[in-house]
Design a protein around this ligand. Structure first.
Ligand SMILES: NC(=O)c1ccc[n+]([C@@H]2O[C@H](COP(=O)([O-])OP(=O)(O)OC[C@H]3O[C@@H](n4cnc5c(N)ncnc54)[C@H](OP(=O)(O)O)[C@@H]3O)[C@@H](O)[C@H]2O)c1
Length: 327
């Protein structure tokens, strides 16, 4: 896949590790453009369709994404020290090794993009299946363009797969910038985000009026408000959905983690609470992927387990809600 590096980003891509990473590009597998000649690593091969990994199609395209991605809020906002970064390097390795694709970040997340870029560059195999998603988060329109270039530099990429307007901040102007960039091939998809149920009327209006590819919103087994309006609307409008806060920032484990899993969990392909929560989310027909965040390798192993095995059907989803409501 050819890559267009903006002048600003090009001037800031000095490190050999980042150049190697850049040369490999992103999203090749997801695009179906990576034939056997472009698949040098057995790890990448393991992540291909047909390995039992659940994927969903981005509406209106031939491209599909693994249903479990990864968030970086708080978890990747750490300093340069080895003690803080070593577990995150392992988290990232497990994510790709087990077939992960989408990684979501934002300039709002402190050092997260810096840490992510450093750890991606240090991987000892090419993460062809990376689907890079970040956000623009600033009130200034010109500053937005600069911010995108800074993020490219931090991740070590020449373009993003997905660029989102974070929490609708200055969305009219930023969407215009993103459209222009998409037309020039500098980003592949564009979208908007919200969480916690903020600014929902405006969010819905943008989904109705603007040609956007992705929305990101909060959806989990407790926060199900999107089921009423936004999820059916996304289906109707052909917009991909990323579910953020899948564990309600960890509080689902605080509330339910000590409770027993239902007796039918094993039969339903659910080995732990993380898989219960994640399989519930990604089994909604409108949801394309969920993006749990973790700083712990063992938690990443649990989370990635939700990429395989049975997917709950409508009856099972109703049973899951009932079980949670009764706890
Ligand atoms: N408006 C927006 O655009 C917006 C808003 C919110 C979130 N987001 C995106 O969505 C992502 C996910 O949301 P979030 O980070 O707020 O919260 P989350 O993914 O719902 O929860 C993260 C918390 O769950 C814990 N956890 C993860 N896996 C676990 C497991 N298997 N067992 C036990 N605990 C586990 C993590 O702790 P450990 O580190 O100990 O595992 C962490 O404290 C964010 O990182 C961000 O990328 C976007």
């Amino acid at each position: 896949m050819s890559r267009q590096v903006s002048r600003r980003a090009r001037s800031r891509l000095p490190s050999p590790a980042r150049r190697r990473f850049l040369a490999r590009g992103t999203g090749l597998l997801a695009l179906g453009l990576a034939g056997p000649m472009l698949l040098p690593s057995p790890v990448a091969v393991r992540a291909r369709t047909g390995d039992g990994i659940h994927r969903k199609t981005i509406p209106g395209t031939e491209e599909s994404l693994p249903t479990i991605g990864m968030g970086t809020y708080i978890t990747f906002n750490v300093g340069p020290g080895e003690a803080a970064r070593a577990p995150l390097a392992e988290v990232l390795r497990i994510f790709f090794d087990r077939g992960g694709g989408m990684i979501d970040s934002s300039p709002m997340y402190g050092a997260a993009e810096t840490v992510l870029g450093d750890l991606l560059a240090a991987l000892d195999y090419p993460p062809e299946q990376l689907f890079s998603a970040t956000k623009v988060w600033t009130r200034g329109t010109n500053r937005g363009a600069e911010q995108i270039d800074e993020s490219l530099h931090l991740w070590g990429l020449s373009r993003f797969d997905l660029m989102q307007v974070h929490n609708l901040v200055n969305w009219r102007e930023h969407l215009e910038t993103l459209r222009a960039r998409r037309n020039h091939g500098e980003i592949r998809y564009l979208g908007i985000t919200t969480s916690h149920g903020r600014r929902l009327d405006e969010f819905e209006q943008i989904m109705r009026d603007e040609p956007i590819d992705f929305v990101q919103l909060t959806y989990n087994v407790i926060d199900r408000w999107a089921e009423e309006g936004l999820l059916p609307l996304a289906q109707e409008r052909g917009i991909a959905v990323i579910a953020n806060r899948p564990f309600q920032r960890g509080t689902l484990f605080d509330r339910f983690g000590d409770q027993p899993l239902p007796a039918w969990a094993e039969q339903a392909g659910i080995a732990n609470w993380a898989q219960f929560f994640l399989k519930f989310i990604v089994s909604h027909p409108a949801v394309t992927c969920a993006i749990p965040a973790t700083s712990q390798p063992e938690h990443m192993r649990e989370n990635m387990g939700a990429l395989r095995g049975q997917v709950p059907d409508a009856d099972m989803r109703a049973k899951m809600i009932e079980y949670i409501d009764d706890l």
